[in-house]
Design a protein around this ligand. Sequence first.
Ligand code: NAD
Length: 476
Amino acid sequence: MTTTSPKLTHQSSIQAVFDAQRRHAPQMALTTAKERLERIGRIHRWIQEHEADLLQAMRADFRKPAAEALLGDLGALYYEIRHTNKHLARWMKPHRVPTPLPLLGTSSYVRYEPKGNVLVIAPWNYPFGLCIKPLVAAISTGNVVMLKPSEMTPNTTRTIKRMVEELFPPEEVAVFEGDAAVATQLLDLPFNHIFFTGSPAVGKIVMAAAAKHLTSVTLELGGKSPVIVDETANIKAAAEQVAWGKYFNNGQTCIAPDYLLVHESVKEPFLRAFRESVQRMYNPNGQSADQSESYCRIVNKNHFGRVRRLIEDAVQKGANVTLGGQLNEADNFIAPTVLEGVTDQMAVMQEEIFGPVLPVVPYQTADEALRVINSREKPLALYIQSGSRRNIDYIMQRTSAGDTVVNDLFWQFGHMDLPFGGVNNSGIGKSNGFFGFQELSNMRGVIKRDFGTARFIYPPYTNQIEKLIGFLVKKL
Ligand code: NAD
């Protein structure tokens, strides 16, 4: 009697899908650039055909304005796809490297090979883009992938599942819906690489789980990203950019300016211009921001309560709300808010805010501003608003950050020729374009002997051979 194993479907268990993907991985590794791009093309077409559904899903999840979903979720993803289309064939070719003199007669190259089984765990704030962008990178490198989107944005997660089930067999790409419990089950498995986007706290859990199998990780995390406005900044432009960056997606952006460091001499004009910018963006007709179609909401009650507590704790410890502060729990609404008079003892200056609240920290000397930055973890982004080359260099040389934008914000995420990612607490590893391709590949170094031999240094070691080796290692 023969027993047949049940057919693998998208509804099969995590273990069954993992095992099937492991068996399928060697086949995926053999795919050509054309075959990988055909798969990425399927995703691209599906997104274009279902763009309205996708924007609607994100709106249903937390009133994300279509313009912000287009820019924040789909924008960088479209760039990644276009960039990959253009360059993948070249990236996949062996990358020749120079031959050192002692290795005369050989040639060498770097070969990018897939890691194998990849797990992608995604957050809720850009629920589509931050799940599918790593998927595109993982497919471009010839991996098989299991995806765990966020449980906090159920409409978008359902759409992701639908897309993947329509486009891929489960042994290539599969989606598992669920919360931390499902993520924990996935993290038990011996993946070859985990690409996690989320909080530093969960990043540590992911890294600890990965350590059990010595699985490599990319951790795209968050933290407190400062924006510095110095005495030479273009105040009007800076105020407008910071207002946009702070309240885009309701402040729920990993690279949002978390807190403002402003030179004392320009604080008042900056805050005046900032208030005017907020008014123009969200209250153009004098109504409250809760009437604005351009203003997103906090994702759920838990996060609403968390941000509310940050404001309350600051006020109770002596901070002043100098803009906004209005709340409506029924709608998870918190108005664009500014807090002045903040201190390091307040939670708002200790935790990542991830909401529409901007604490203002005035400073008098650059070293004072640097002390505030360097007494915290290295940020994911550090923004500098300045008209002085000297000031910019001074700050850059004395800080470390994942990325920096001078006199603007946010564009680092969509720039495919720049590495995107954090440092230590704000992240490990980089993504975007070739940086993401490298991250999800094993870089295998290959040396091939074309002619000659090294037998003149083999034993028995005579004095002459010893001298020759000495010459080779010290002089060539
Ligand atoms: P989160 O860490 O709470 O959750 C992220 C993912 O991890 C979700 O899919 C969630 O289900 C899963 N998860 C939660 N608890 C887990 C556990 N105990 N074990 C395993 N998995 C678990 O993050 P979030 O609230 O979804 O997103 C906000 C955070 O993400 C912020 O810190 C933000 O800065 C960061 N973020 C970083 C980037 C980046 O590119 N660097 C982008 C977006 C968000």
